[in-house]
Structures are given as structure tokens and as C-alpha cells.
Design a protein around this ligand. Structure first.
Ligand code: DOR
Ligand code: ZN
Ligand code: ZN
Length: 416
């Protein structure tokens, strides 16, 4: 039996123990187990690996920005063992055929487990699509010719249908009617073109739908999240950055980086649990693309590899406790997606990371694995995992990929 040994997070407490692994699952947890192989991390922490339910790996489509190989390599090196990839591809993932094409591209290449979102538009039939046992994504705003679901009247009917399918439904909430046509020339102007009200209004439109709100960023949104039908996520960039960062086009993202007061409100939302989870919204674009004239710069920042290391640093600094980090990045995302992951318990997938909280490093784009080649967090302090295990296999060690192509596609199990 394989064994991972260290100070493991068990039911909210750290205990020195051995985690026995058979067929990729945790099969025993004891003080002493003799393993072969036996990975001994001494007094370092063993946590469940992170789960990032919001990434854009660009395949099929603009794979010069990212692909499933590089995206999942970045995930593994950042302590993430499972990602859910968004459907705004070329072609968009929106029916059985495009889903199957994307699955074939990812299978065999993915270095961590993955799920695939299906885009819903006005003419989508969620009930038929639910045969694919995969989550749905709705974009309430977007460029012409994109995936935006512009008919908000019809949106309510579609959401009623998704509720009956019991599939997770993520929504990008910005009210298209409240977004200015002109992006402006700076991050401050960009924020004014996509005001807080656009987000709050979009969440309001969902009314009593059962939905997951992507990347909450505006303080006005928080009271709306009291609604028990809604769950939500926040990104590390909305927690750690605001409109005043010196990033120019590199900081252009949707929803925009907002004011300091919004940033502080996101912390309060995260800590209080009003915001359920953290997801990266990893949206890579190349350095050349981000250096274009501001209005032409594509929106999005990379983050899948830095999100857990940055948040572990926040734990180290005392801004977040380890229990809340584990619920926001491991347990709750696993529960949302119906995964047997996200906690160290017998029967769960042995998706684990080893962490030394004393080993602080500075983030350098050169050491990251995304194809895009940059990060908004250059030089920021972070705590990268010593190792990441996927179903008991060592997939990354000290920032280098080890086993490749082991990722499997996740589809929701039928209810027994
Ligand atoms: O900034 C963003 N970038 N927001 C989105 O909703 C899409 C994403 C992308 O795909 O680049
Ligand atoms: Zn979005
Ligand atoms: Zn996104």
C-alpha cells in the first residue's frame, strides 16, 4: 500500500499520521503504516489538494494562450488536483458533439482531474444536456458574437429547467444593459465602464433561481447572497488587488478590479461564509495581447497556479484560518460538484498536498507553468506545495511535474 505521512488535517485538526492509499482512495489512517512507496513529510502539513471550479484552458481554440497540458501542469504545481474548465472555447462547448470533441482533446493530456462546463444560451435545452452529467455556465454579458445570454426574460425559464436537472449552474453576473460601450484607457476608467450596480443588478435578475455566482466582486452583491438558493465564489485577484494596482492592461479583467472598499468587503464575505468558495477564474492571455492599446486588451488574468499558494500565505499572515481555507478551496467545492475529494477521510480520493508553512517564496512568472508567461502577482510572497498527489500518484514535486496524463474526466454520478 502507498503511504503519505505527515501532520494531516483530519476533521478540522492537525494530527501526525500515516495515510494509507489503495486504488487511488484513502483506505486507512493510522499512527503507523508501512508503505511502499512511503512518502514521509515529517512534521509538515498534509492537506486535501485544492479544487478550482473556474478555469479557462482555451482548448479547443486559442491554444497559443493555454492548453490542457500546460493548464493542468500549472494546476498540479499549485496544489490543485481537480479543475472545471469553462466552455467559451472555439467552438464553444454547448452540445453533445462539442463536449465529446473537447473531452477527447483533454483526455490523456490532463495532468489533474477535470470537469467540463456546458454553455447555455437562449435555445439550449438543459434537460437534454443533463445526460452529459456536467455543470452548466451562463454568461450574462459578453462581446457580440460571443456566448452572452442576452434575453433575461428567457433566462428565468432556462434557470427553472436547470433547477430540475440538479446540475450545478454557474453564472457570470454582469448586467449587459449597465455596461458602457467604451472600455476607457485605464483600470480606473474600465471600472467606471462596468460599475458595481451591473453585478448587483445581474444577481437580482436571477431572483429565486438555484445558481452559483461566479467571481463576486462588488460590495453591493453581498446582501443578495443571503438568498439560500445562491452559492458564490470569489477570486484571489478580487481579494488581493484593486483598481489602483500598477498593472495597466494586465489588470483588465471581468468583473473589473474594484475599489479598496469592495476588496475589504470580499474578505468579510469570505471569512463570514457569505461567499462560499475561492476559484481562480484562470483566464490567460499572452503578454503581447495584454500590451495592446487598452481598449483592445482582452480581459482576464491567470491564477490557477498561484491561488492556493497566495491563500496559504494569507493563512501564514493570520488573515485567514486554515479551517476556512480548507472549506473554501477543498471541502465545499468538492461538495458542490459531488466529488469524492476535498477532505482526508477513508473512501475519499487520495488527492493530497504537502505544505511547509515556513517555506515562503516570491512568485516569478518564469517559475510558473501557464503558457501565458506572466502573473499579476509577480514578486508576491506565496507558499507553494512541496508535493501534489492525484489519487495517490505524485503528480508534482517542488514545482516540477512528475507523472503526466493521469487526469480523468469527472461527470456527476447518477443518484442511487
Ligand atoms: O475576464 C474574463 N475573462 N472574464 C470572462 O468572463 C471570460 C474570461 C476569458 O475567457 O478570458
Ligand atoms: Zn466570468
Ligand atoms: Zn471565467
Amino acid at each position: 500500500m502507498r503511504v503519505v505521512e505527515g501532520r494531516a488535517l483530519l476533521r478540522g485538526r492537525f494530527e501526525q499520521c500515516c495515510i494509507g492509499i489503495e486504488d487511488g482512495k484513502i483506505s486507512s489512517i493510522k499512527k503507523i503504516i508501512k508503505g511502499d512507496p512511503h512518502f514521509d513529510f515529517g512534521g509538515n502539513y498534509i492537506l486535501p489538494a485544492g479544487i478550482d471550479i473556474h478555469v479557462h484552458f482555451r482548448e479547443p481554440g486559442p491554444t497559443h494562450k493555454e492548453d490542457f497540458d500546460t493548464g493542468t501542469e500549472a494546476a498540479a504545481c499549485g496544489g490543485i488536483s481537480c479543475v472545471f474548465d469553462m466552455p467559451n472555447n472555439l467552438p464553444a462547448t454547448m452540445d453533445a458533439q462539442t463536449f465529446e470533441e473537447k473531452r477527447q482533446l483533454a483526455a490523456g493530456k490532463a495532468n489533474v482531474d477535470f470537469g467540463l462546463y456546458l454553455a447555455l444560451q437562449e435555445d439550449s435545452r438543459p434537460k437534454d444536456l443533463s445526460d452529459l452529467r456536467s455543470p452548466f455556465k451562463i454568461f450574462m454579458a459578453g462581446k457580440k458574437g460571443g456566448l452572452a445570454f442576452g434575453d433575461y426574460g428567457r433566462l428565468k425559464d432556462v434557470l427553472e429547467e436547470t433547477k430540475n436537472t440538479q446540475m450545478h449552474t454557474s453564472v457570470h453576473c454582469e448586467d449587459q444593459n449597465l455596461i458602457a460601450k467604451n472600455d476607457g484607457k485605464s483600470l480606473e476608467e474600465y471600472l467606471r465602464s462596468r460599475p458595481n450596480e451591473a453585478e448587483a443588478s445581474a444577481i437580482g435578475i436571477l431572483a429565486d433561481a438555484k445558481a452559483h455566482i461566479c467571481h463576486v466582486s462588488a460590495r453591493e452583491s453581498l446582501p443578495l447572497l443571503e438568498n439560500p438558493n445562491l452559492t458564490s465564489e470569489v477570486t484571489p485577484h478580487h481579494l488581493l488587488l484593486n483598481e489602483h494596482v500598477d498593472l495597466a492592461g494586465f489588470g483588465k479583467t471581468n468583473p473589473p478590479l474594484r475599489r479598496k472598499a469592495d476588496q475589504m468587503a470580499m474578505w468579510e464575505g469570505l471569512i463570514s461564509g457569505r461567499i462560499d468558495i475561492i476559484a481562480s477564474d484562470h483566464a490567460p492571455h499572452t503578454i503581447e495581447e495584454k500590451q495592446e492599446e487598452f481598449s483592445r486588451v482582452p480581459s482576464g488574468v491567470p491564477g490557477v497556479e498561484t491561488s492556493l499558494p497566495l491563500m496559504l500565505m494569507q493563512v501564514k499572515k493570520g488573515n485567514l484560518n486554515m479551517g476556512r481555507l480548507a472549506s473554501a478551496m477543498m471541502e465545499t467545492p468538492a461538495m458542490m460538484m459531488g466529488l469524492e475529494k476535498g477532505s482526508i477521510e477513508i473512501g475519499m480520493d487520495a488527492d493530497l498536498i504537502a505544505v511547509d508553512l515556513r517555506r515562503i517564496t516570491n512568485i516569478r512568472a518564469d517559475n510558473l507553468h501557464s503558457k501565458c508567461g506572466w502573473t499579476p502577482f509577480e514578486k508576491w510572497e506565496a507558499i507553494f506545495p512541496l508535493a501534489t498527489f492525484l489519487r495517490g500518484e505524485l503528480v508534482s514535486k517542488d514545482g516540477d511535474i512528475q507523472e503526466t496524463g493521469r487526469g480523468m474526466m469527472i461527470q456527476k454520478r447518477e443518484k442511487p
